[in-house]
Design a protein around this ligand. Structure first.
Ligand code: MLT
Length: 313
């Protein structure tokens, strides 16, 4: 009888592999976690909740969940989960820290190539009947400098991929040792030096009070006028108003943005610039990443609800 089974709530669209990996021992329910009232009603009596980034599992949601034992984030970032409230309520929080790192790194490279070769703008123009070869001339990546802010798992994968284009790689990361940087073939430097010397700047940091607005007016003023900036990590790492001003004043050459302060966002002022490429938080949206994330958190939920130790992924 299903009423005796622990209840697992899927609050966002997850790979079918998630349900398969959970197996038959759970009652699976679905809700739209982005809809606050649906979430608060649905979470009330479940044992576990599985989310991506659109569901805010905050103090209010945790307080509404009288039976909750596990919050599972099918992805890397935990900024939509109130870990402190969860810990106080005795609720375990698990994520899938390596599930989508390749996908995020590949999308970063996609943004960089799109900006350098103006692919989205040229595509839009041609489909509009305009054959404009000189208007959409671009730049090569070869021998240019990529500045990577945050040389963690994703930053390191981006470095390796951009080295394949013959780019020089600079990185700012106070937690990375010189030996690790040398192993990756990356030149560590301080942030100001990276901002001033890079042709393509890509940020791969978590969202914390310290990193919010890290790329703001001051940072843009230090960049080359020919520099491109990419954020596939977290909305808010780039100050969106400052980005608009930097683009308007020609302080930078363009930007690729996948994540936004408020999501969904469909009409921000900087979307109007032709040298801006935007995507709707697609870093982890590949079949492979979603399958890996779903299977990983399903296994963690199974172990946690069985009272077993959940290993670090
Ligand atoms: C992440 O933090 O891993 C991504 O935001 C995942 C997602 O898009 O669900």
């Amino acid at each position: 009888m299903s009423e005796n089974k622990p209840v697992v709530l899927l609050a966002e669209e997850l790979s079918p592999a998630t349900v398969e990996a959970l197996g038959p021992d759970f009652e699976i329910r679905q809700t739209n976690g982005a809809d606050r009232s649906q979430l608060l009603a649905a979470i009330a009596d479940v044992d576990a909740i599985l989310v991506r980034s659109a569901t805010k599992v905050d103090a209010e949601a945790i307080a509404a969940a009288k039976n909750l034992k596990v919050i599972a984030r099918a992805g890397v970032g935990l900024d939509n989960v109130d870990i402190k409230s969860a810990t106080q309520a005795g609720v375990m929080v698990v994520n899938a820290p390596t599930s989508n790192i390749i996908s995020a790194a590949e999308l970063t490279v996609g943004h960089i190539v799109s900006l350098a070769r103006r692919i989205p703008a040229a595509n839009g123009a041609l489909k509009n009947g305009e054959w404009k070869r000189s208007k959409y001339a671009g730049v090569e990546l070869y021998e240019k400098t990529a500045g990577i802010i945050g040389l963690g798992r994703i930053g390191a994968l981006v470095a390796a991929r951009l080295q394949g284009f013959g780019m020089k790689i600079a990185a700012y990361d106070p937690y990375v040792t010189a030996a690790r940087a040398q192993q990756l073939g990356v030149q560590l430097m301080d942030l100001d030096e990276l901002l001033a010397s890079s042709d393509f700047i890509t940020i791969h940091m978590p969202k914390t009070p310290e990193t919010l607005g890290m790329l703001g007016a001051d940072a843009f003023s230090k960049m080359k006028e020919t520099a491109y900036v990419v954020n596939v990590a977290r909305g808010g790492l780039i100050d969106e108003a400052a980005l608009y001003t930097a683009l308007k004043d020609g302080e930078i050459a363009g930007a690729g943005v996948d994540v936004f302060v408020s999501e969904p966002s469909t009409d921000l002022p900087f979307f109007d610039f032709e040298n801006v490429v935007v995507t709707p938080h697609l870093g982890a949206s590949t079949e492979e990443a979603q399958e890996k994330a779903g299977i990983s958190v399903a296994k963690s939920v199974r172990l946690a609800l069985a009272g077993e130790l959940v290993p670090d992924a």
